[in-house]
Structure formats: C-alpha cells, structure tokens
Ligand binder design. Sequence first.
Ligand SMILES: CC(C)(COP(=O)(O)OP(=O)(O)OC[C@H]1O[C@@H](n2cnc3c(N)ncnc32)[C@H](O)[C@@H]1OP(=O)(O)O)[C@@H](O)C(=O)NCCC(=O)NCCS
Length: 193
Amino acid sequence: MDLGVESVDALEGKKVMLVPYMREHVPRYHEWMKKPELLLATGSDPLTLDQEYEMHLSWTKDPKKHTFIVLDKELIKGGFVCGEPHIEAMVGDVNIYMNDPDVFQVAEIEIMIAEPKSRGKGLGEESVLMMMASAVKKYGIQTFRAKISESNIASLKLFHKLGFKEASRSDVFKEVTLELLVADRAVNDSILS
Ligand SMILES: CC(C)(COP(=O)(O)OP(=O)(O)OC[C@H]1O[C@@H](n2cnc3c(N)ncnc32)[C@H](O)[C@@H]1OP(=O)(O)O)[C@@H](O)C(=O)NCCC(=O)NCCS
C-alpha cells in the first residue's frame, strides 16, 4: 500500500493530507464536537470555544500527543499549500498519545472522520495507516492501542481490518481495548510498505 511521502510537517497519502492541528482549525473542530453522536463515539466532553482553544494549545505543547487534521484531497481548493490550514477540506482528525512516560514505544491512536459525507471512502483507514507509519519511523512505536466503545461497530471493524486484536474489555466503561504489535512481520509490511 502506498502511504505517501512526508513534506515538512504534512503527510500526503492517496486520498488524504494530514496536516498539524492549527489554531485556524479550532472553530470547525469545535462545531464538530458539539454533535452528541461524535461526543459519544469519541468519549469526549463538550467544551466551549475558549476551552477548545485552550485544549488546542495544551495539545500543541505536549510532546506525548500528536494531532493531525485530515484533509480530503478532493476538497482542497486551488492546490495544497504547505502551512495553510485548508479549512475547506478538513473532514476529521487522527492522533496518537504516548500516555505512559516509561513506555514510549506504546501509543494510543484515535481517528475521527467527522463529516458524514466523507465517511465510507477509505479516508479513515488511510489516515490511521499513515499516522502509524509516521509514528513507527519518528518515535519507534512498537505497539498501538485503540480504546473503542463496544457499540461503535464502524470503528471496531476498521481497527480489526488493520490487524488489531482484542487485548481487554471493560464491562464498566463498555469499552474494548484493541492492540496491534508492529513486530508482527505482516503488520510491519502493511504499515511501512
Ligand atoms: C469509524 C470511522 C473513523 C471510519 O472512517 P471511514 O473513513 O468512514 O472508514 P473507511 O471508509 O476508511 O472504512 C475502512 C473500514 O472500516 C470499516 N467501516 C467503516 N465504516 C463502517 C460502517 N459504517 N459499518 C461497518 N464497518 C465500517 C470497514 O471495515 C471498512 O472497510 P471496507 O470498506 O473494506 O468494508 C468514522 O466512521 C468515524 O469517524 N465515526 C465517528 C467517530 C468515531 O467513531 N471515531 C472512532 C472513535 S475510537
């Protein structure tokens, strides 16, 4: 699978560009995160716009968190310009979080394709693969984890399709933790090829 080339801070795939989450993206991101179904699917709490700006600032300062905005390449107007936010094409986000300071090789990964019209086109799958490939190369990540609500069939199927396996289940939070070990040769090939 062609995972594209990296140009400065953006990652280019066949269908998506991943660009760093910029301050200019915050208002639209905030609109998405008002929707109850997205709050539920991502396990997020509603924030005010000011809180969203604060959250953005804290994420950009946190070396353990790396958040990219997913741009649908078909929606980019006038050609991609590196450093531009391209709000017209933003459809979701993908991020990794290295939450255990002692185990930097483990990262939690999250994906959201927020715009319903952009779902089912392979953008989520490509974004996750690109994010993982970048995290393996840049940070030496060896294990990816995804925490997904038991009721989120689309997301469960996406991560299972990519080779993630169930590692644990919380009956209290109604959540499944899936894991993917990069050391698995077949996995390595599909991420990095
Ligand atoms: C889950 C989500 C990320 C999928 O993104 P997407 O771009 O629509 O998915 P893709 O088109 O890349 O599909 C890839 C695979 O995911 C699975 N999938 C995606 N949408 C699905 C759906 N509605 N029902 C069942 N499986 C689905 C399929 O296995 C699909 O492979 P296939 O096309 O060969 O069947 C997206 O629907 C979303 O963001 N939903 C809301 C937020 C969310 O749930 N985030 C995850 C929190 S952990």
